[in-house]
Design a protein around this ligand. Structure first.
Ligand SMILES: C[S@@+](CC[C@H](N)C(=O)[O-])C[C@H]1O[C@@H](n2cnc3c(N)ncnc32)[C@H](O)[C@@H]1O
Length: 162
């Protein structure tokens, strides 16, 4: 998905209490990174504009959520959507963290000590051309990495159009 630059995104993200720009510092500490640490953690990769995670996380206070994308403009839009959704419901954003991460480097951010109970990948970029296929968030090489920290009874929810 192409998106134009959002000049305001960097500053707004820096000011958001639920945004982490350098998430590798949280490796092996994800549980304690939340206000209530004993909830299951669900992770969305490639969250885009954040509509899905904003709805899900504000509805399911019984879980903690991490939403990741690698594009600053997307993260900026996500941040705004998350704030709006939580505000509508009169909630504080304390069960959701938004992180800037290239999923190709996911093992610098999550280790086997960070148990993730569910992974969501919605409509990832297809990268149909041969040499680019490996960039797809659902490529086997990526799925192998996710196994490192996905709870053995955990689930992957993947929706894609091809
Ligand atoms: C087609 S959009 C879908 C966005 C959203 N999931 C939805 O359903 O509307 C794919 C998103 O994945 C992100 N993405 C692609 N490759 C990624 C990677 N390696 N790491 C993190 N995010 C990635 C893109 O920046 C984009 O926001």
């Amino acid at each position: 998905m192409r998106i134009r630059r959002r000049p305001w995104a960097k500053k707004e993200l820096e000011e958001a209490s639920f945004y982490i720009d350098n998430p590798s510092v949280n490796i092996e500490k994800w549980k304690e990174s939340f206000k209530i640490s004993d909830k299951p953690i669900h992770l969305e990769l490639g969250c885009g504009k954040g509509n899905f995670i904003a709805n899900l996380a504000s509805t399911h206070q019984e879980n903690n959520y991490i939403a990741a994308d690698m594009i600053e403009a997307m993260l900026g839009l996500s941040k705004r959507n998350i704030e709006e959704k939580y505000k509508e419901k009169n909630l504080t954003v304390d069960n959701l963290l938004l992180i800037r991460m290239n999923a190709e480097r996911i093992l610098e951010v999550f280790s086997e000590k960070d148990i993730i109970d569910r992974i969501y990948i919605n409509f990832c970029n297809p990268w149909p051309r041969g040499k680019h296929k490996k960039r797809r968030l659902t490529h086997t090489r990526q799925l192998e990495k996710y196994k490192t920290f996905l709870n053995k009874n955990g689930r992957r929810n993947i929706f894609q159009n091809r």
